[in-house]
Design a protein around this ligand. Structure first.
Ligand code: HEM
Length: 160
């Protein structure tokens, strides 16, 4: 199988590429706190975007929790767009900035299906450490009538 070269327009974010795994914790005023394990992959096919895939499991029961998938589209050297879809009926379009190995993302559109929970605002910060070994993120949302506030934080490690 041929492995394509990374597209030059996304090469400056190559530190995202690969599989990351680890643990996170979630909270929100309307739900019980929870802990989860997570797998994330960022892949490329030689075109100017990354394919993003995420799966989580409940830390105690081992049962699948949240999952999501999308495309990260670098725009020049210091901006990105992220299109993300969740099986809970939520679709997000983010715009964001790149500062070193940190992405700051703000959802400019959140669309919810007729039966999905109400989500109106989402922000995410994704950071990879300078050694390229640890990816951590934090996510905030305004949902189910609550103002924008913390929902998730996780720390993942690069898998070989
Ligand atoms: C690592 C990823 C995530 C995990 C593990 C996770 C986990 C959970 C869990 C366990 C709950 C409580 C039970 C339930 O309603 O299913 C919950 C609630 C919720 N989550 Fe997340 N979630 C994640 C990401 C997200 C994202 C990205 C969004 C929206 C953009 C989101 C929106 C919500 C909403 C709206 C609720 C319902 C709150 C309520 O009903 O009061 N979650 N999440």
């Amino acid at each position: 199988m041929t492995t394509p070269e990374i597209h030059p327009e996304i090469a400056h974010l190559a530190w995202l590429l690969g599989t990351w795994a680890g643990e996170g914790a979630g909270e929100y005023p309307t739900i019980e706190d929870f802990r989860y394990s997570e797998h994330v992959t960022f892949a490329h096919v030689g075109k100017p975007f990354f394919a993003y895939n995420q799966k989580t499991k409940h830390e105690e029961t081992g049962l699948p929790l949240h999952a999501e998938a999308g495309y990260l589209r670098p725009v020049g050297l210091d901006r990105v767009e992220l299109l993300n879809v969740q099986p809970s009926g939520i679709m997000e379009i983010y715009e964001g900035t790149v500062d070193g190995t940190t992405l700051d993302l703000v959802a400019v559109q959140v669309a919810t299906s007729a039966t999905a929970k109400d989500v109106t605002e989402v922000t995410r910060r994704i950071t990879v450490d300078p050694e390229g070994e640890t990816l951590s993120y934090r996510m905030q949302m305004a949902a189910v009538g609550e103002p924008l506030q913390h929902h998730l934080a996780a720390t993942l490690h690069k898998q070989q």
